[in-house]
Design a protein. Structure first.
Length: 542
């Protein structure tokens, strides 16, 4: 099933087109956004200006055509602050239905807050831990507290950036007296709600909306075109950005790299607003999220319109869900990927006293194992490089950007070359992280070799430490000749990491010893035991 969700906001109109999967998760297959300023000059009970209404109708008509071109089964549309406050809001809804054929539902501020929280919690993977979600729109700001399952506190306050700019930005640059009036107004309107949130307690703050993402990109100081979703921005960086922006003129802001010129006039009010809210919460940082009302509409629709749906709170691990979704989109081989993951984790657990890595690194290894071959979607040749590309650009949710890069590098190094400072992405990591990647990549490389036939022949393995190194005992449920050969061939990288010999046994028959001394990173396999056929082994693609 495919559905389109449209958010008719005060500042922008957004649409996403989604494919609903059999497990009731969804994939965004198209998106559009137009900043038409529907509510400019039309807030506080005034009429929506006719030119703005005309542009909104044109946008809705365009979106409907685009949605229909994707063969959607349903179009969901919701309007927020501008339409619900306007004197002619009902006329707007009627015109959209009669002229365009799109039914726009005007939602309350409380419902808007709930849907935004639902989307952000789903995207970031809040689970059962309470989080604050802040969404800054043109007419209102929504501040919620809750888990993935439910919202405990939710409030929509008339503090949108268009509203605040029209009322308080009387000078350019913003004068100190106007900034103080703005801060005082924000605290007066939102202060009591923030105190309730603090009293309940929370683990993190998540920020969504175009304004917050734009501010996060500016505050990060990175490439203005970089993907900032999942990025954590310190409250100090936001405060420094606010101080800088309030001193700039509109002409200067128009020249800021990465800032949409259409936001240049309202970004100052947005900076003062988010900085004041974070200060009021006593938050140290904010996590950026690109899911908002439109994704919340999709999740809400799926929940309410499928009697047998498994609700989002039954999938508390957004990270694992996102990894599997990417794997499925890339047509991975689940039996092979899951076997490699099982073997990699068994190797990780068996050698823990050597590498001393923890649960987080174990999780990276498992996810990389599940994704290591997805590059085959593009081409078998250099599929390890294609896998890394797909991991980086596959839209994984719930991960920090550094975690995505680590998983991408692990898939990159599961075959062919081993980690090297000659590789730009690897060299950019901190030294301790480079060491972690070397060890995890070596474990993955060996695990992949242990399912070289893609037949899941190795039923289990155990690892024990010997005086001369490590012994890996393999229990096979069939002919493990190919796996035996591949184990010897691919153990070199791990032997180098541990500076120890690695020996294999299959059903009591010793396999070749691999050590740092006699096995450089690209060593040829040692002679196999006599029970193994010496006939040439035909390499199968995997």
């Amino acid at each position: 099933m495919r559905i389109a969700a449209i958010d008719v906001g005060t500042n922008s109109v957004h649409m996403i087109v989604c494919r609903i999967r059999p497990d009731f998760s969804f994939e965004v297959i198209d998106r559009e956004k137009d900043m038409i300023r529907l509510g400019a000059g039309g807030l506080n009970g005034r009429k929506l200006p006719a030119p703005n209404v005309a542009m909104a109708m044109q946008t809705l008509a365009k979106y409907k055509r685009l949605a229909e071109s994707h063969g959607v089964d349903e179009i969901i549309a919701a309007a927020t602050s501008a339409v619900r406050e306007a004197e002619n809001g009902a006329d707007f809804v009627a015109a959209a239905r009669e002229k365009i054929g799109v039914r726009v539902r005007v939602i309350s501020g409380t419902e808007e807050a709930r849907l935004i929280h639902l989307a952000a919690a789903y995207a970031v993977g809040v689970g059962r831990r309470p989080a604050v979600v802040i969404d800054i729109g043109g007419g209102s700001v929504e501040v919620t507290l809750g888990t993935s399952a439910r919202v405990e506190l939710g409030k929509s306050v008339k503090l949108g950036v268009i509203r605040l700019t029209e009322r308080f930005a009387q000078s350019d640059p913003l004068q100190g007296r106007d900034e103080r009036r703005l801060v005082k107004h924000i605290r007066r309107e939102a202060g009591s709600h923030l105190k309730q949130v603090i009293k309940r307690g929370f683990d993190r703050v998540i920020g969504t909306s175009g304004t917050i993402l734009a501010l996060g990109a500016l505050a990060s100081g990175d490439d203005p075109n970089a993907d900032v979703r999942g990025r954590r921005i310190s409250a100090r960086a936001i405060h420094r950005l606010r101080d800088a922006l309030t001193k700039t003129s509109l002409d200067e802001r128009l020249k800021l790299p990465g800032l949409d010129p259409r936001r240049a006039d309202i970004i100052v009010a947005g900076a003062v607003l988010i900085d004041t809210l974070l200060d009021g919460l006593g938050a140290d940082e904010i996590t950026l999220c690109d899911f908002a009302l439109r994704e919340g509409l999709v999740l809400d629709y799926v929940q309410k319109n499928a009697a047998h749906i498994r609700k989002v709170d039954r999938y508390p691990d957004a990270r694992r869900r996102s990894v599997l979704e990417l794997a499925e989109r890339c047509h991975y081989l689940p039996d092979h990927a899951q076997q490699v993951a099982r073997l990699a984790l068994a190797l990780f657990d068996g050698t823990k006293e050597e590498h001393e890595l923890g649960a987080r690194e174990r999780e990276w290894l498992e996810y990389a194992a599940l994704l290591h071959d997805i590059g085959g979607l593009i081409s078998y040749e250099k599929h390890h490089r294609h896998s890394a590309y797909l991991v980086r650009h596959g839209g994984l949710r719930g991960f920090d950007p550094e975690e995505i890069e680590i998983i991408a590098l692990l898939t990159r190094y599961h075959r062919q070359s081993t980690p090297s400072k000659a590789h730009r992405e690897y060299a950019a990591l901190e030294k301790p992280t480079r060491k972690t990647v070397r060890v995890l990549a070596a474990l993955l490389r060996l695990a992949e070799g242990l399912d070289r036939s893609h037949a899941q022949t190795v039923a289990s393995l155990t690892v024990s430490h010997e005086k001369k190194g490590w012994l890996v005992r393999l229990r096979a449920k069939g002919d493990a000749e190919l796996e035996h050969w591949a184990a010897g061939r691919h153990a070199a990288a791990l032997a180098v990491c541990f500076d120890s010999a690695i020996r294999f046994e299959v059903a009591g028959h010793p396999a070749p010893v691999m050590s740092r001394k006699d096995s450089p990173a690209h060593a040829q396999h040692a002679q196999l035991p006599s029970r193994v056929s010496r006939a040439p082994v035909r390499r199968r693609r995997h």
